[in-house]
Design a protein around this ligand. Structure first.
Ligand code: NAP
Ligand code: ZN
Ligand code: ZN
Length: 357
């Protein structure tokens, strides 16, 4: 196949630059997808800058992919040429461990094959370390049909892309911890994940409060469906909202004090960490013990649940609020995200990478 245009980080210190990758012709169970849109997740920045360690360069980020099926292998049964599909944060896993069998491939005992910054698998479904994965800042991708999602009709495609990571990452813990109508849910950090958490929790019937460092996002929070908003800057909220919430969804990408937020949980409340700051933070036992609180974490969601989330969003009229950018705006978008200046997800129009932009 011809070289596929892409944008890559060549190392942890430099801006992303034009690049090209090899994409394979689809094997029997694979589909080739022409990428239309790719969302920009804060995890792209963490990994392109090697903030979590172990990054593989050159790196083509992007795991919020929406596109059209361009070709299918002989044994593909779920998709046809022309179908609108999505690819999220992983493109393969071992397929036989208890997690994979349960449809929670993201927790695969042998590690998922991330859509980028990871490795493809060999015929025995073990990592093939000679073949790195490259993500959605590119014009096409080849993926096994078992790791492809169907994008339901009715969601504008550019606004559907962020559901593939930000949507499922917030939907999964809200479902797992059984948020129900009337529950008080706080969303900490109103960025890509945070704004999806607000929409989805509100659609599940929760009473949602946004806790933000940005007073300027107050009106947006209400428009997104939040019932309440509190700026965290002066610390007053940690007194006024003490012991108020059944659940806290923490989407903050940078270092912050978990203990302060734990104090906002009721007895038996749960704080679920989604944000992955570069440095670990201490947790005081007393903040948990004093009210039998739980501190949990959650990572994206399995293929089955991701499909369920897409269908839920279509049914409830939920899509991401986005700012569409051309590929050459990616480095500026990263800087703006680091300043909390995103309303609420950047999405790359991949036409700009094909030279059609
Ligand atoms: P984002 O769009 O940049 O949003 C992060 C938000 O956190 C910002 O908009 C800001 O909101 C708040 N924030 C930033 N710095 C802060 C600070 N120093 N103190 C307090 N609040 C701060 O990022 P995202 O794409 O939503 O991702 C958020 C985090 O989740 C990242 O660490 C990412 O890697 C991680 N993530 C995890 C998973 C998973 O599976 N668990 C999946 C995807 C992403 P305010 O302006 O409202 O304060
Ligand atoms: Zn992501
Ligand atoms: Zn597995």
């Amino acid at each position: 196949m011809d070289k596929t245009p892409a944008y890559a980080a060549l190392d942890a210190k430099s801006p992303l630059v034009p690049f090209s990758v090899e994409r394979r012709e689809p094997g029997p169970s694979e589909v080739l997808i022409d990428i239309l849109y790719c969302g920009v997740c804060h995890s792209d920045i963490h990994q392109a800058r090697d903030e979590w360690g172990g990054s593989i360069f050159p790196m083509v980020p992007g795991h919020e992919i929406v596109g059209r099926v361009a070709a299918v292998g002989d044994a593909v049964s779920r998709y046809r040429v022309g179908d609108t599909v999505g690819v999220g944060c992983f493109v393969d896993s071992c397929r036989s461990c208890p997690q994979c069998e349960a449809g929670e491939e993201q927790y695969c005992d042998f590690g998922m094959s991330g859509t980028y910054n990871s490795y493809e698998r060999d015929a025995e479904h073990r990592f093939d370390r000679s073949r790195p994965t490259y993500g959605g800042y590119s014009t096409r991708i080849t993926v096994d049909e078992a790791y492809v999602l169907r994008v339901p009709d009715g969601i504008p495609l550019e606004r559907a892309a962020p559901l593939l990571c930000a949507g499922i990452t917030t939907y999964s813990p809200l479902k797992h911890f059984q948020v129900k109508p009337g529950d008080r849910v706080a969303v900490v950090g109103l960025g890509g994940l945070g704004h999806m958490a607000v929409k989805i929790a509100a659609a599940m019937g929760a009473e949602v409060t946004v806790l933000s460092t940005s007073e300027s996002k107050r009106a947006d929070a209400a428009a997104l469906g939040a019932h309440d908003f509190a700026a965290t800057g002066d610390g007053e909220v940690f007194k006024s909202h003490a012991r108020r919430f059944d659940m806290i969804v923490d989407t903050v990408s940078a270092e912050h004090d978990y203990n302060a937020y734990l104090g906002l949980l009721k007895v038996d409340g749960t704080m679920v960490l989604l944000g992955i700051p570069e440095v670990p933070a201490p947790v005081a036992a007393g903040a948990l013990i004093s009210k039998r609180r739980r501190l949990a974490g959650s990572m994206i969601g399995g293929i089955r649940e991701t499909q369920e989330m897409l269908d839920f969003c279509a049914e409830h009229g939920i899509a991401a609020d986005i700012e569409l950018i051309d590929i050459d705006g990616i480095n500026d978008a990263y800087e703006r995200m680091l300043r909390g200046d995103v309303r609420y997800r950047f999405v790359i129009d991949i036409a700009s990478l094909r030279g059609e932009g």
